[in-house]
Design a protein around this ligand. Sequence first.
Ligand code: DON
Length: 565
Amino acid sequence: MKTSSRGRCCRAAIALVFLAAAAHAASFPAARGAGGAVATAEVDATAAGLEILRAGGNAVDAVIASALALAVVHPQAGNLGGGGFAVVRMGNELVTLDFREVAPAAAGRDMYLDASGERRPDASTLGPLAAGVPGTPTGLHLLHARLGSLPWRDVVEPARTLAGDGFRVTRRLHESIDNRSDLLATFPETAKVWLPNGAPPPIGSTKRLPLLADTLAAYAVDGPAALTRGPVAERVVAVSRRHGGILTAEDLAAYRPEWRRPIRFEAFGWRFASMDQPSSGGIILAQVFGLLERLGWAELEPGGADWFHLVAEAWRQAFVDRLLLGDPSSSDASAAELLAPARLDRLARELPRDRARESRSMVALGAPPAESAETTHLSVIDRDGNAVALTTTLNGSFGSKLWVPGFGFLNNEMDDFTTAPGRPNLYGLVQGEANTIAPGRRMLSSMSPTIAWRGDERFVFGGQGGSKIPTASSWVALGALVDGLPLQAAVDRPRIHHQWLPDAIQTESDSLSPETRAALVARGHAVVPVDFTAKVCVARRLASGLFEAAGDPRGPDAGGVVDPQ
Ligand code: DON
């Protein structure tokens, strides 16, 4: 490759960071280039993926390099101690990999309830009892073994270098730690690394994680066995036990990712592939796009009450159905049933255009709180048009808040199960019987890594934000693919959200004109400000053959584009 490509692609990444600082201002164009695209939540991680593309790696190599880099520089969500989903299009082959965490063998349905049946405060969110068995170490390696092209050690190397040589502490990382310093200080292992001298590492300082670098070096040589067996696994189990966790060496060694068939659907002239259960994301997207197309949404006046009403009602419907979903082995419904064309025809026919439905009359249950959290989405396309959408998470920001030395934060994904019937979780989601806790079961997710294509065009998207992932992801895709907005404008556009319960349209500021708001209220919608927003990352190949990458100004996220060889 031309040596000049490095400078140009890095400037592209930096340009997007600058854009991020101008959140919600008029859109800057997305980063553009001709050799591929990487969009991730951090500049260093985007750079790692671009480095791998420049070295001749494919989209799978690049997405793994970026994901591992995030485990170093973005400990809020990047991880070895969590899990995720990848949707991949390699040539004409479409596959998804489920490396979602599972409940430990000692987990049980009522493990977070006290004797009177009440949920014990923090039990499913703070500390290692909240952790599912991590899927990332085995998942990323398996993805590479089947679909990667460069040697595994080359793909791990950028992350190892970042951990060993150090990386710059960003304002975002500093503030994330500062905002949660009380919780992070609960665990001496965490405080030692992330609150040295009782405070977050200063902005701009260099942070080194030498033990994590050693672990990544071992991972580069021995693959997942370096993490799921032997000294690192023993440390994970010991630190977890010390703080009341139930993870065992057997849990770690027994974890297996699953290849699954993607959810496939067509709408608005595009084809889509997304994630099936144990994520609800693909089913929600397919249902919402299917309903909106049937309802003639593309012909409505953008920004008007009809336009927002139909989206909100489509989301409401999809989130009621979400109650039936869970691990495929315990789910009460399949994608085939929920997405059957005759069913979508009926739902579209019955969806009232002139009034809001009442969520509690659809299914009667409780109401929600909200808390900010972290997941991270990566979108990559290589020069051949191979594409990967990968979303990975610890669930809450810094997961369980317990840092295992030389491994990283353990997730708090168990909170995604139905921990107490009828009670909302971290994202205000009220969940169903299909998603109750059982040993080895996967907790239901909202992550929505998705690839869309039309001829040679590609549109790879997904995001973070718990229950807001499918709504924000569908909103961005509708903006770019149906409304024809430029990519960055589609990501920046103010959003609305509905998730059945709470029974309200949640709005970002400037999303509704006063007239539209009044018209929605007149139809019976409660309209409230959003509590926190999702962040979406997109990579795109245009019909012209050019590539674009866009991060979310709500981030700051960083997209990058690599120039041709
Ligand atoms: O799998 C899920 O749906 C959640 N654990 C995702 C969490 C998330 O997106 C946090 N980011 N804000």
